[in-house]
Design a protein around this ligand. Structure first.
Ligand code: MEV
Length: 419
């Protein structure tokens, strides 16, 4: 019997680990090479980024065009496996340009760190004591990160509230931290851990969790675009999108998919720039659910009959630290964007989220999304059955014409072409 209990796996070299995996899973030399032969992200860097590395994993890197945001043109790097996303974003951005593109705003790079205080005799008295010792707590937090303080960031405020839980009342202390151009998890978590003993002394309680909150309500990015009625296909399309929006607002089953479409665009830029897409996902969905699950975008018709779209969501992205700094491709993605601050990145990502959602709703409210998807899907299928070069286009043409985008038919068509 093969066992996954491999002692000291982490101590092995990358090659040794790969050989163990190959042995376990019967990988061929060719398959081993595909994992091991990295391109931009060197094996050494990858090996230092996470644990038990055996290689790297690639995804397509595309560019969405046409984005005009706050009066400036941007090319948007997007890393994603799903067809149509990049084309859809570019298409929306082209339509948004007619009425001036996207305008955006940002509430600041402020994150929340949470400290959970339990076993309190008098939670409200403990809360009072936290506010009385606020300056001391801030000072302790700010000792942890002199560089951040020098840049004008750091812990700016402390808040506390008593919550009811299944294990009784708890006091939750929030550190309010300006993390500037970082995503902020490292800085905030370090501060939370550093102030915990002080908070125990002040409250006479027992601290357990000390961790950032991904519900970054002080770090909101917003974007707005006016979509010209004629440019998007007329009044019927405007009304169709408003119907789609009303559906999402009223029905969580639809709303989940509506928000998923937004995240198609957002995650693609977040990944391209080396940011933590799980943090962004968690923040987005928690924010969407804060008063009952709702769409992250809104749509209205203005006096000219044009469609006005907005988006608002937490956007904890950084341009320093983490994979953003380590992965050379993330650095290139930032260079393509031509940005200098995390704020600019957050604003751009909000605009992309709105563009992505608009594209999905427009397609859904009109011809449906399958037609656009079909060709790209057929292309993937053609390649999966082994078509190369010109064969790919030939197979795609037949599959789309016959509306049979399936592996079995693709195989038959490829055989016909080759014979
Ligand atoms: C597919 O990845 C995303 C959509 O389903 C989004 C939506 O339905 O709004 C098209």
């Amino acid at each position: 019997m093969k066992s996954s209990r491999i002692k000291g796996f982490y101590k092995l070299s990358v090659e040794e680990r790969l050989n163990k995996v190959a042995e376990f899973s019967g990988l061929s030399e060719e398959e081993k090479n595909l994992i091991y032969n990295t391109s931009s992200l060197s094996i050494d860097v990858a090996d230092r980024m996470i644990e038990n590395v055996i290689g790297t994993f690639e995804l397509p890197f595309g560019i969405a065009t046409n984005f005009l945001i706050d009066g400036r043109d941007y090319l948007i790097p997007m890393v994603i496996e799903e067809p149509s996303v990049v084309a859809a974003a570019s298409n929306s951005a082209r339509m948004a340009r007619v009425k001036g593109g996207f305008t955006t705003s940002y509430s600041g790079s402020t994150m929340i760190g949470q400290i959970q205080v339990t076993k309190l005799q008098n939670p409200y008295a403990a809360k009072f004591e936290i506010y009385s010792h606020k300056d001391e707590i801030i000072e302790k937090a700010n000792e942890q990160d002199p560089v951040l303080i020098e840049l004008g960031g750091g812990c700016k405020d402390v808040k506390a509230r008593v919550i009811e839980t299944t294990r009784g009342q708890m006091l939750i202390v929030h550190l309010i931290v300006d993390v500037k151009d970082a995503m902020g998890a490292n800085a905030v978590n370090t501060m939370c851990e550093a102030v915990a003993p002080l908070i125990e002394r002040i409250t006479k309680g027992r601290v357990y969790l000390r961790i950032i909150s991904n519900l970054a309500t002080y770090r909101l990015a917003r974007a707005k675009a006016v979509f010209d009625k004629e440019a998007i296909g007329g009044e019927e399309v405007v009304d169709g999108i408003l119907e789609a929006y009303a559906f999402a607002k009223a029905d969580p089953f639809r709303c989940a998919t509506h928000n998923k479409g937004i995240m198609n665009g957002i995650d693609a830029v977040v990944i391209a720039t080396g940011n933590d897409f799980r943090a962004i996902e968690a923040g987005a969905h928690a924010y969407a659910a804060i008063n009952g699950y709702k769409p992250l975008t809104t749509y209205e018709k203005n006096e000219d009959g044009d469609l006005v779209g907005t988006i608002e969501l937490p956007m904890a992205v950084g341009i320093v630290g983490g994979a953003t700094t380590v992965n050379p491709l993330s650095k290139i993605a930032l260079k393509i964007l031509g940005i200098k601050t995390a704020e600019e990145l957050a604003r751009i990502i909000a605009a992309v989220g709105l563009a992505q959602n608009f594209a999905a709703l427009r397609a859904l409210a009109t011809e449906g999304i399958q037609r656009g998807h079909m060709e790209l899907h057929a292309r993937n299928i053609a390649m999966m059955v082994g078509a190369v070069g010109d064969e790919i286009d030939k197979v795609v043409e037949v599959l789309v014409r016959e509306k049979k985008v399936r592996m079995d038919r693709a195989k038959e068509v490829l055989e016909e072409i080759r014979s």
